[in-house]
Design a protein around this ligand. Structure first.
Ligand code: ZN
Length: 462
């Protein structure tokens, strides 16, 4: 039997990553993520597997983001019994993200069913299902080879995207190799290692999220952050930072710690107001194997915690969270959800958005139709908890924090491989414009053939 590959998600779109490999007599998935976006269509797509979950031998999970991991509990509910291979950090972060997703769905169900919908809404999975699927995980460090099935060996390389993220390289025997990038990060990202180059392969399945975009240089992050903090303190205001609880929050904390140590910013009070961010930071603390040299030199070798310092406070209960509001002095509040759709950030925005002395600092991607996007677009008036508020606070956008490679980063990554050997690059995980542009960029560096992967289509390799 030959080698076949099909994408049942993240083909011509950026969520729902789910790919089936059939190699010799084994069938395994790479990633099993949720479709996100508008509720009704995503909800329907999330309930369909285009294969029998019981027929799948294993799952290889590249990283913990919801759009890569969060249908795993549902897969197990539907009969999957095999191993789920990931790095140790990915297992821990995925556990947190899957549990959070279960919790959000359970709350959605409560709220939607109050409205007496003709068809009651049932969560895709619950917290129990998350705990159950964690037993299927087998964790493997970067660079250690393991067998996905009798005839397929795999090795994880650091993808530099989020804590624990990996690029998977499969050796299918007879010197036939296939690589799957997962989501690729950017060189220079704080805390975690840069993306690693991978060995030469015959086929590469590559993400193309930013196939048509270039990011601002990462080196600018600290300088811009310093400027915003000084400007806001000078006006006597507060800095509100909506941030994803995993990775972006830790990136910001790490930078603020550096800036305070270097005395580039004064020691004002900093609040991380998100129980999920607190839990995620605890996971970051134990996975020191994922840190880059800078963190090791600046913190670990000196016996210092990169995510803890005098004026940094993690608030985990509502009473503490409410107290932040009474503070009159300038301070920094980091809270989630990252796109301002739910969570405690809404309270901080409500309390601070109408004061022109304050700054709302945007450090992440804001999807269409979210409150975060409306603020980033500086709409004069926005709705929070159903009430209108005037957007009088200053809005600053830092584009330096993307966790995804831009097209030049991907060109460098692919260009490092033996292009003579590389038969074809399959592009996934991108909108149409990004996919088309990335295809052109890769052909321009000498890649022989580029194929945009169509959803639910089986491709034969070798
Ligand atoms: Zn990702």
């Amino acid at each position: 039997m030959g080698i076949k590959f099909a994408s049942y998600g993240a083909a011509r779109e950026v969520t729902g990553s789910n790919h089936l490999f059939q190699i010799n007599d084994s069938r395994f998935l790479v990633d099993c993520g949720m479709f996100q976006g508008k509720r009704i269509p995503s909800e329907e797509k999330n309930r369909i597997f285009h294969y029998d979950p019981a027929s799948i031998d294993a799952v290889v999970l590249t990283h913990a983001h919801c759009d890569h991991s969060c249908r795993i509990p549902y897969l197990v509910m539907k009969g999957f019994k095999g191993n789920i291979f990931s790095t140790p950090a990915t297992r821990d972060i995925a556990g947190l993200i899957m549990a959070d997703t279960a919790h959000i769905q359970e709350k959605d169900a409560e709220w939607l069913n109050k409205k007496k919908n003709p068809v009651p809404f049932a969560p895709l999975f619950g917290t129990k299902d998350v705990l159950n699927c964690l037993n299927n995980f087998v964790t493997i460090s970067y660079g250690r080879k393991f067998f996905v099935s009798d005839s397929v060996e795999c090795c994880f390389y650091n993808a530099g995207h989020i804590l624990g993220s990996s690029t998977a390289v499969f050796d299918c025997g007879q010197n036939r190799k296939i690589a799957f990038t997962g989501d690729l990060g950017r060189p220079g990202t704080p805390i975690i290692h840069d993306p690693e180059f991978i060995p030469d392969v015959d086929y590469l399945i590559c993400e193309a999220t930013y196939g048509n975009r270039l990011h601002d240089p990462i080196e600018d992050a600290c300088r811009q952050l310093t400027e915003v903090i000084h400007e806001t303190i000078a006006r006597g205001g507060k800095i509100i930072i909506p941030a994803f609880a995993v990775e972006r929050t830790q990136d910001i904390i790490y930078y603020l710690h550096l800036l305070i140590d270097q005395k580039k910013i004064p020691k004002i009070e900093i609040f991380v107001d998100s129980p999920m961010a607190f839990n995620a930071t605890s996971i970051f603390r134990v996975h020191q194997e994922c840190y880059d040299e800078k963190v090791n030199e600046q913190f670990i070798m000196q016996n210092k915690n990169p995510f803890g310092f005098d004026n940094l406070h993690y608030t985990t209960n509502v009473a503490e969270s409410k107290k932040i509001n009474d503070l009159k002095d300038p301070c920094i509040i980091i809270s989630s959800s990252g796109m301002c759709e739910a969570g405690r950030i809404l309270h901080h925005l409500k309390n601070n958005i109408e004061n022109p002395r304050n700054t709302i600092l945007i450090v992440g991607y804001m999807a269409e139709d979210t409150l975060g996007r409306k603020i980033a677009n500086r709409e004069p008036e926005v709705k929070i908890f159903g009430q209108s508020y005037k957007l009088r606070a200053r809005v600053k956008i830092l584009n330096t924090f993307s966790a995804h490679a831009d097209y030049k980063d991907v060109m460098k990554f692919v260009g490092h491989m033996n292009l003579e050997r590389l038969k074809k690059v399959f592009l996934i995980h991108g909108e149409d414009d990004a996919l088309a542009a990335m295809g052109e960029h890769l052909l321009s560096i000498g890649v022989k053939e580029v194929q945009t992967v169509e959803p639910n289509v089986e491709y034969s390799l070798f």
